[in-house]
Design a protein around this ligand. Structure first.
Ligand code: PEP
Length: 237
């Protein structure tokens, strides 16, 4: 199975810069998964039509349509052209206090609304230093109990996100193998992506690991040159 390159654009880009990037990726025949901010979903959806790119949102409401000011339902995201959604990203866990129960409701709602999920897990530096990395990841994974329509799990050690620090390929491989085993006990056989300061300079080595089925890229996914180089590394792995 080809390795996956997913781009988390976070709260970056504008209509023009996002659409230019998407047009270029489409013209090159790339098959990345793109996660733009909400206001960019419509224009990006229109731009990627006819190519192999897949569109996803960065968040989904745990509620169906209704009186939830500021929220966006799974059905709205599907209507906007999304097939995928991120759930459990560490920035949402930390900045918005999103924890197990809420995340489980988001996973359920996403599936009911017709979205596939990329579910993110990962330990902080303190937790790793305390020897608790596996315990934390296992706890994050337990939220997937009974989950449907899981497109992928992303292992994103919090200490490597946006910091320039990357897990070594050996660290990534070791945790991915652990996650693979845990997913099996949950009855899930899905790709496991690595995320955390993936760049053109380290992507090839990370993607060469047997249990690394792809990458979730933040900062380096905002520019065509770096995203292209990472995608080339994935295609050659
Ligand atoms: C992310 O936010 O999912 C991420 C991996 O970011 P970065 O690549 O910038 O570390």
């Amino acid at each position: 199975m080809p390795k996956i390159v997913a781009a988390n654009w976070k709260m970056n880009l504008r209509r023009q810069s996002a659409c230019e990037l998407v047009s270029a990726l489409k013209a090159e025949g790339r098959k990345c998964w793109l996660f733009p901010a909400f206001p960019l979903l419509g224009p990006v959806a229109d731009t990627l039509i006819g190519g192999g790119l897949r569109l996803g949102a960065q968040d989904v409401s745990p509620e169906p349509d209704g009186a939830f000011t500021g929220d966006v339902s799974a059905e709205m995201l599907v209507d906007a052209g999304c097939e995928l959604v991120l759930v459990g990203h560490s920035e949402r866990r930390k900045q918005h206090g999103e924890l197990g129960d809420l995340l489980a409701r988001k996973l359920k709602r996403a599936a009911e609304g017709g979205l596939e999920t990329v579910y993110c897990v990962g330990e902080t530096l303190n937790q790793r230093k305390a020897g608790k990395a596996r315990e934390v990841v296992k706890e994050h994974l337990s939220t997937l109990q009974g989950a449907r329509k899981v497109a992928a799990v992303a292992y994103e050690p919090v200490w490597a996100i946006g910091t320039g620090e990357t897990a070594t390929p050996a660290q990534a491989e070791e945790m991915h193998a652990f996650i693979r085993g845990e997913l099996k006990t949950l009855g899930l056989d899905v790709p496991i992506l690595y995320g955390g300061s993936v760049k053109p300079g380290n992507a090839r080595e990370l993607l060469a690991q047997a249990h690394v089925d792809g990458v979730l890229v933040g900062g380096a996914s905002l520019k065509l040159e770096s995203l292209r180089a990472i995608d080339e590394a994935a295609l050659e792995s």
